[in-house]
Design a protein around this ligand. Structure first.
Ligand code: DC
Length: 233
């Protein structure tokens, strides 16, 4: 069983994919964390993220390992814990350039497909339903109003979670900055030549702006009887 969840930054993909993984017994694959890890490693090595050849070498040699901690998922790159580093504004600013490099994508897609071979996966990203797993059993294109997406990210940065506290607020300046970054990234991610952010033709569109995580999880599971059977089983 493969579930593909694509959509723009901050649409709630990670929260929803993690919840589906847990409640349906699937492996969670965060492909954005992989592009972020390559970007963090480039920055650490002093490589210009738009230097295609150097970034490709990093992507082809990188060893990314996902783990778990009481706080959630951990990520290590070449043996170094990069869980916090891959979420910094510096990585946010540079990840679209790195992920637009075709050979970087080729290297990441090859790793992502090995997860699919192991069986039950819920993968989230930008090209899961179109490129990585076009044969996925369930394909979802998850969107949300840009302001809702920026607020979610800002609250998350301040240590909160709008999924748990619907009234959570964040610093207005910070929300504005995040909104600008999200819109810039969406524009770059959806206009790049290779595997741009776009819905697969057979994907189901869900707008999560005014839905709870549980409502989105249920809506996705309702798309496939086999998946629905696994929910909380
Ligand atoms: O989902 P995220 O914000 O962590 O993703 C970070 C960046 O990685 C995003 O701006 C685009 C890129 N990305 C991609 O190109 N393809 C994917 N499958 C996942 C992420």
């Amino acid at each position: 069983m493969i579930v593909a969840i694509d959509g723009p930054a901050g649409s709630g993909k990670s929260t929803v994919a993690r919840a589906i993984a847990k409640r349906c017994g699937l492996t969670y694959l965060d492909t954005g964390a992989m592009y972020r890890s390559v970007t963090a490693e480039c920055l650490r090595q002093g490589i210009d993220p738009s230097d295609d050849e150097a970034a490709t070498r990093v992507a082809q040699g990188i060893r990314i390992v996902f783990g778990t901690s009481p706080d959630g998922q951990t990520v290590s790159a070449n043996g170094r814990d990069v869980t916090a580093e891959i979420r910094t504004p510096e990585v946010d600013r540079n990840v679209s350039a790195v992920s637009a490099i075709p050979a970087v994508r080729e290297a990441m897609v090859a790793i992502q497909r090995t997860y699919g071979e192991t069986g039950d996966v819920v993968a989230e990203g930008r090209d899961i339903g179109t490129v990585v797993f076009p044969q996925a059993d369930v394909k979802v294109f998850l969107t949300a109003d840009p302001k809702a997406r920026a607020l979610r990210r800002a609250v998350q940065r301040e240590g909160g979670d709008v999924a748990k506290d619907a009234n959570a607020t964040a610093d207005a300046e910070e929300v504005k900055k995040i909104l600008e970054d999200l819109e810039r990234r969406d524009q770059l991610d959806s206009t790049r030549k290779t595997a741009p952010l776009k819905p697969a033709e057979d994907s189901h569109h869900i707008d999560s702006s005014s839905m709870t995580v549980d409502q989105v999880v249920r809506a996705i599971c309702a798309l496939d009887p086999k998946l629905e059977e696994r929910l909380d089983a």
